[in-house]
Design a protein around this ligand. Structure first.
Ligand SMILES: [Zn+2]
Length: 658
């Protein structure tokens, strides 16, 4: 762990303009510097760097922070990685707090795995470029596919010879341990090479190090030999979390605000070579939630490229519901018959290829509805299956506004009453909520002393907490989110009386809050606040109210710390949004939770809706440019819906306050 002293030194030394200039061309404007934002696509600079304040701020996408945050964002580094990067730049010697024996051992082991994989990668590359079989079999295969040497080197492609243990022998000679070779899956349990007579595709982690390999067989003599094999799971390779090519694609995914998803390694490489770099491959396995989350860090838009046969497409459609659940926008493109991305781009070139994608990308749900409908014809059983299928997809969209727009669209396509669809969708949603509640771990019954826990937390976190504080604000709505979560944590268990039609009813404050934030429930940005909200919701569904104890026993240290801090620091009204909406009351915060929760909800809603209006306007501009009438119609409808909501909230606020 990096010593706090060093952390401070790095933060104080790093000059924002010097750090940014390594990545972005800046021009002077007054006392500031401006440039094109590296985090979003723009033609006129809105990315500002203030040397006097030592921070950056983009007025286009809202990102901002100090040099450490810039490097974290830009290079997708963790906090310690960013610190090490800057320490190197400024030649600051890193003083480490002594890690425990165990930590050190684990760290060393992990490092040694990366070093070994790097050794393997170099071995495979050498074989490809410098040996006769490598050149005649491997290199000529890549050249046949049209890969340039520049591309082959960029993706660090290689070749494994046919001998049974050529690599293993070399690694042992270089003093690597046979156990490590086996743990990484480079050597089989019979002490032979795992990859034999194959071209090699290294799979890179997000820092660009090889974490695993894939090998493609070239000779088809033995039909039992699988065409592709992958390194097995290892301490540094978890298949379900990795997308091939993400390391090379991440910057461009962010810039284009879209990620193309293809099937094969060679598709990724070929598209890159033609200048389309925002592309990753699921590499045969069906998509997992972790893979989708990995993309989501860079863009909420995924365009899936399909080649070919309708049966395959229908099977693939199923997996895509997952992407909807993550709040991503999914579009599909069917490539022309008998073409895959690689063959098609080679045939028509990059410009025509991209034009084709833009023209033919279709909204996933509407695409699915259309395909299934043409299949079902007028057969009533098929039709009811179709409706069930479409309804299930729509119900996975977390955003209620978007959901209602899809209901309208699909009710027209299917010629069904909207209310019927809505009823079915609600059934699905409730079933999933119940499911979630059932999966919740049973409550812990350990009585814990508040103070003990606090001490324990502090010990565990000395380093971690420091880091969290340095990171600072994570989203523009953090204050508003925090206010509401604080009320939930401090007062959620208290009872409140609420006017209902026939008199008064007693609720928990948590229940009251949940009933009122349904429409923004999924728009919480801060991961810790989200987690706390999830915990409350799960408890709420199973008819319980979460206690402070439950929260303080959570396995995630960040949750425990946040709760601890909220419970122990006295709350004062802040004045950050005096101009936005007036604060509610003059009573002491401790006694005022009911009114405060109402105003906190309203302020958060207003903030979220304003944000969504801005976001949606950008999308409208984008789809208008792209000339996509379906998407344009959908987003204009969303815009109207959002305006209605905004006006409704400001009205409500006026009524209550005055
Ligand atoms: Zn920006």
């Amino acid at each position: 762990m990096i010593a706090p002293r060093t952390v401070n030194e790095i933060i104080e030394t790093a000059r924002i303009e010097e750090v940014v200039e390594d990545f972005v061309t800046l021009k002077r404007r007054g006392s500031n510097l401006v440039g094109l934002c590296p985090f979003h696509n723009e033609k006129t600079p809105s990315f500002n760097v203030s040397p006097s304040k030592n921070i950056f701020k983009c007025f286009g996408c809202g990102r901002g922070g100090n040099a450490v945050q810039f490097v974290m964002e830009h290079e997708n580094f963790t906090f310690p990685e960013a610190l090490r990067f800057l320490a190197k730049k400024y030649s600051i010697e890193i003083e480490e707090d002594k890690p425990s024996e165990e930590q050190r051992a684990a760290q060393l082991e992990e490092e040694s795995f990366y070093i070994l994989n790097q050794f393997a990668r170099e071995f495979f590359q050498k074989q490809l470029f410098e040996t006769v079989p490598g050149k005649t079999i491997g290199l000529s295969y890549f050249k046949e596919r049209g890969f340039l040497e520049k591309t082959i080197r960029k993706f660090e492609l290689g070749f494994s010879p046919a001998q049974r243990d050529a690599f293993t022998k070399r690694a042992l000679e270089a003093q690597y341990k046979i156990e490590s070779l086996k743990q990484l899956g480079l050597t089989t349990k019979y002490d032979t090479d795992f990859f034999k007579n194959r071209v090699i595709f290294p799979i890179h982690g997000l820092t660009g190090k090889p974490i695993a390999f894939a090998g493609r067989a070239l000779s088809t003599a033995d039909k039992r030999t699988p065409k592709y094999i992958n390194s097995p799971e290892s301490p540094i390779y978890h298949k379900s979390k990795v997308l091939y090519g993400l390391y090379f694609a991440r910057q461009e995914i962010r810039r284009q605000d879209n990620c193309y998803m293809v099937e094969g390694y060679t598709d990724v490489i070929s598209l890159h070579q033609h200048g389309i770099e925002n592309v990753v491959a699921s590499s045969g396995t069906s998509l997992t939630p972790e893979q989708i989350k990995a993309v989501k860090r860079y863009s909420a838009n995924i365009t899936v490229l399909y080649d070919g046969d309708p049966a395959g497409v229908k099977a693939a459609l199923r997996g895509l519901d997952l992407i909807l659940e993550e709040g991503m926008n999914v579009r599909l493109v069917m490539l022309p018959d008998n073409q895959d991305p690689d063959s098609y781009i080679r045939e028509v070139g990059a410009t025509e290829f991209e034009d084709f994608l833009k023209k033919n990308a279709e909204d996933f749900i509407l695409f699915k509805t259309r395909i299934l409908q043409s299949d079902a014809g007028s057969d009533p059983i098929q039709r009811s299956l179709l409706v069930r299928d479409v309804v299930s997809s729509i119900s996975r969209i977390a955003d209620p506004i978007k959901r209602s727009i899809y209901v309208q669209e699909c009710s027209q396509l299917l010629q069904m009453e909207e209310t019927l669809l809505v009823r079915e969708i609600n059934k699905h949603i409730q079933e999933r909520l119940r499911q979630k509640a059932r999966e919740r771990p049973t409550g812990q019954e350990i009585e814990t002393d508040f103070r003990n826990l606090r001490e324990q937390n502090e010990k565990e976190v000395t380093g971690g907490k420091h880091e969290a504080q340095q990171i600072g604000l994570r989203s523009p709505d953090e204050y508003q989110e925090r206010d509401l979560i604080r009320i939930l944590v401090c007062h959620g268990h208290k009872e409140v009386e609420i006017e209902v039609e026939d008199g008064q009813e007693v609720f928990s404050l948590a229940e009251y809050i949940f009933q009122n934030i349904e429409d923004i429930r999924d728009n919480f940005d801060h991961p810790v606040y989200r987690k706390i909200l999830d915990m409350y919701e799960e408890a709420f569904i199973s008819g319980e109210v979460l206690s402070h104890q439950d929260l303080l026993m959570d396995e995630e240290i960040e949750v425990r710390n946040t709760v601890m801090e909220m419970l122990t620091t006295p709350y004062e009204y802040s004045d950050w949004d005096k101009n936005d909406l007036p604060l509610q009351t003059q009573k002491h915060p401790e006694e005022n939770y009911m009114e405060d929760s109402f105003s906190a909800i309203m302020r958060l809603k207003l903030k979220k809706i304003k944000g969504r209006i801005r976001e949606n306007q950008k999308i409208i501009e984008k789809v208008r440019e792209e000339g996509d009438p379906t998407q344009l119609e959908i987003h204009v409808k969303i815009h109207m819906e959002l305006l209605k909501m905004r006006n409704h909230i400001t009205d409500q606020f006026k009524n209550v306050i005055i």
